[in-house]
Every structure is written in structure tokens, then in C-alpha cells.
Design a protein around this ligand. Sequence first.
Ligand code: 13P
Ligand code: SF4
Length: 376
Amino acid sequence: MSVALEPIPFPPYRELGNEALHERIKVAKQALGKSLLILGHHYQQDDVIEHADLNGDSYQLSKLAADSVDCRSIVFCGVHFMAETADILANRPEKLRSRDGQRVSVILPDMSAGCSMADMAGIRQVEAAWKQLGEVIDTTDITPVTYINSAASLKAFCGRHGGIVCTSSNAKAVLEWAFAQRKRVFFFPDQHLGRNTSLKMGITNSQMPVWNPHEDELGGNTKQTIQDSRVILWKGHCSVHQMFQAEHVATFRKKYPGIKILVHPECPQEVNDIADISGSTSKIIETVRKAPAGTKWAIGTELHLVNRLKKEHPEQEIHFLSPLVCMCATMYRIDLAHLCWCLENLVQGHVVNQIVVREDIANWSLIALERMLTVS
Ligand code: 13P
Ligand code: SF4
């Protein structure tokens, strides 16, 4: 949950054309120097990535925001929950003290760059679920774990209830930590990351009921299934990764013998189970980078990243795992026009589209985020 700031109308920057926008971004960056840090998630379009000072997966970007020293503004070319996390980490109390109370302004170039998965779990729904769980099991036995792809209010919920945040690159280490604290886990909002990670730890599907927030009674479960559970999975998913199917894997294996299937753990279990490798966006990039020339890949993750890998590795044969276009439409809202607009405003001393997490929520979220940063 962020503090609501007055939305500022976006002027017709697109009419300038890409060539002029690239030039103007370079000029603005030069004027802002070290006071500016542009972070780019791996799913961003190439035009935007070209201007990012640092790229990374969600975990790396959180660390970069946490460790930032010189900058006074972070322009986050990612989605809303990432900018919230950056605001919490870059403006945590010890950082504020070291800057005599001066905040780092975290800017999301287009405020409509959200995450449909994060929107599948609202704080009221999670609190209502927790209350219902308390009627059939002891909630002091449950560690709540939220995927970083969630609103700050859910991270704060985890902070308040002895829980933790995870990303796709540290989910296993985080779940091990969670089970070292308590005997059950409540995992939200991505059922697939929760399930795929737990299966690798020997937990079975029968021990992982799915909690549907739209069902009135126990998320659509019986008292017994909740009492027998080890991990309660929230019924949420990523609409991009949900599109990859087991039959796509079979089609590629038949057509290209020896091809390797490389997927993100937000893909459904049927795909993860039969893939050769599953991992975060950074792991996907590293795996391709280290592979010998001539390796054939079918990759199941967001389209812009797969297309970039194709361009960067002409020595390998890279295919997109789905016949359909699976791109993150909200990430794509961050374009050159919005980037240029917010940078030129910064040069003029105006902060547009600032993300500021409410103080109480930021403080509790920080507890859950710091647990994550210590564990992994
Ligand atoms: P990672 O970059 O952490 O693998 O996450 C992917 C994603 O879906 C971000 O929203
Ligand atoms: Fe959210 Fe999926 Fe986009 Fe990631 S790819 S930001 S999980 S909608």
C-alpha cells in the first residue's frame, strides 16, 4: 500500500519519436549524474534496458535498492511492487539517518505498471483467510510467506506474523527457514511458485490445499484438509507464465531432439515437472550464458527476455516455448516516452510518479524483507 499522491497528467511525449527520446534521455541522465539510479527488470523492452544503470531479477533489484549509497532518485523500470520494495529498502531508518533524513525518491515511470498476480491477493482477503484458518488450526503454527510479487501490505502482514518474503531465486531457502520456525506455511499469492518449490522439498500435493479467496468456507477446503496441510497455497497465478503448457514441451522435444527446456517456476507444475531446468530470470540468463555453442533451448518465460537472449546468443538456438505471445503487458507500459518524461521532470526538480509506502506498512514490511535478505 502506497501513499496516494496526486496523479500528474502525462504529456504527448510519444509524438517525439524514439530517436529524439533516446537522445533526450541521455542528456537528462548526464545532467542528473550520480544522483540518479535507473533499475531495469529483465522483462523490460530493449529500448528501456539500454538506459538502465543496472538490470536484474526481483531479488537482485531489491538488493541493489537496499545497497544504494549515492543516488537520491531511483527510477524503477519494473512494476509497482518492485518500486514499493525499493522505497522500503532505500528509505529504511538506518539509511535515512545516514542521509540526515533525506529520502530517496523512487519513481515508477508509468503508475499503471502493476502486476496482475500481485492483484490476486488483497490484504483484506489475506486477513480474512488468516482469521478463518485460526478457527480450525493454530495460526501460531503457520509461517506466512509472501512472494515479492505482492503489495507492501502483504509483506507487512508477514512481518507482523513472524513471516517472510521470498523471490523466485530464493524460494527454497526461504521455505526451509519458514519450516524451521513453524510446522506449516501459508504461501501467497503465486500457487505455482509455492507448489513447485515445496514439491522439490518432498511435500506432496495432498499436503498442499489451495485456498480460493472467492469461496466462503475455508477457501473451498474441508477442516480435515486444512488440518492435514503443510503448505496452504493461495489461488493466484501469473497470467503470462500460466500460458505455458506441457504439450508445448512435448511438441518441441519431438521436433528438436536433444532440445533443453528452461522455464520460470511461475509456470504450472505440469510444465515444471518435465522441464530440464527451472529458475528465476537471472538463472535462466546465466544458464544460457554458460551453455556451449549449438545448444538448443525452448524457454518458458516472458517474451522480451527470451527475444533478448536470442539476440545476445546467436551461437545457440533459442525458441520461445509457447506458440502464443506471452508478454507482461504491464511491464511493457514503461516505455521511452514515460522514462524521458520522468527524467526531464527530475532535472527540473519535479518528482513525478513517486512511490511512497505508508510508514507503518513500510516498517512491518521491512522486517519480512530483512528476514529474506538474511536467509539468502
Ligand atoms: P524474477 O525476475 O525474480 O525471476 O521474477 C519474475 C517475475 O515475474 C517478476 O515479476
Ligand atoms: Fe506479474 Fe507475471 Fe508480469 Fe511478473 S510477468 S510482473 S508475475 S504479471
